[in-house]
Design a protein around this ligand. Structure first.
Ligand SMILES: O=C(CO)COP(=O)(O)O
Length: 270
């Protein structure tokens, strides 16, 4: 894969999506500052060409909602997790209904940090995907292999199995807006980014599996992101893969200038 320039036009009509997962960083006040700076850095045509989304901690969502609505910003937002249940005695959890009431469009489901630090298995991830869909939220379903799996060379079936298990029982109709993020665990927060070929290999396999299960039309419309040490300097290479429709950005999304540059690259500019 020699191409290093990001495509100017969205492939097969898929608008590139850049989502910034802030993880457990930034107070609601800091969140307002970052979103304001981001909005100031990006032009209208750039925000049209690429969809830009921030994924702050729960405590900042209301502030981000107020800012986005008040200033009519073309920046989307979502949450980092949701409960599988809709309400009840689940201390510390946040339901899909609560996120929908904050006008969140997206919610991350099955991030590797939830899977490893909170013991979320594939059944929990599947239940959370269903909870998101029940409340009209678009799940950004995260899949990815650890270093052991990568070294064993079984990363493709590992990721397609995670996909199958997360989407079990769902209809093609329910998956129209689904977003998938391929995040190899060994590339998260390590500075070790997957090569464009690595990213394309798995993103392509995920799309092929969707086509097998739900037909080529659905598969052609689903956006598949890459995540893991994405920075302004490596974005164009990663996005060159024909099945890589954007990025889920961790650390670099906390710096407005760096994140804006990633968004500009995805929008086809420089
Ligand atoms: O986990 C990630 C995004 O969800 C990736 O994090 P980094 O970009 O910090 O490697």
């Amino acid at each position: 894969m020699a191409r290093t320039k990001a495509p100017k036009a969205p492939r097969e009509g898929r608008r590139p999506l850049i989502a910034g997962n802030w993880k457990m960083h930034l107070t609601h006040l800091e969140a307002i500052g970052l979103v304001q700076k981001l909005a100031f850095s990006l032009t209208e045509p750039q925000l049209e060409a690429a969809e830009v989304v921030v994924v702050p901690p729960f405590t900042a969502l209301r502030s981000v909602q107020t800012l986005v609505a008040g200033d009519k910003l073309e920046i989307g937002y979502g949450a980092q997790d949701l409960a599988a249940a809709d309400s009840g005695a689940y201390t510390g959890d946040v339901s899909g209904a609560m996120l929908a009431a904050l006008a969140c469009r997206y919610v991350l489901v099955g991030h590797s940090e939830r899977r490893t630090l909170h013991g979320e298995d594939d059944a929990v991830v599947a239940a959370k995907v269903q909870a998101a869909l029940r409340h009209g939220l678009v799940p950004i379903l995260c899949v990815g292999e650890g270093l052991d799996v990568r070294r064993a060379g079984t990363h493709v079936p590992h990721c397609t199995d995670q996909l199958d298990l997360a989407l079990a029982g769902l209809s093609t109709e329910q998956l129209q807006e689904l977003v998938i993020a391929y995040e190899p665990v060994w590339a998260i927060g390590t500075g070790e980014v997957a090569t464009p070929d690595d990213a394309q290999e798995v993103c392509g396999a995920l799309r092929a599996r969707l086509a097998e299960r739900h037909g080529p039309e659905l598969a052609a419309g689903v956006r598949i992101l890459y995540g893991g040490s994405v920075k302004a300097g490596n974005t164009a290479g990663i996005l060159a893969g024909p099945d890589v429709d954007g990025a889920l950005v961790g650390g670099a999304s906390l710096d407005a200038d760096e994140f804006a540059q990633i968004c500009r690259t995805a929008a086809g500019g420089s």
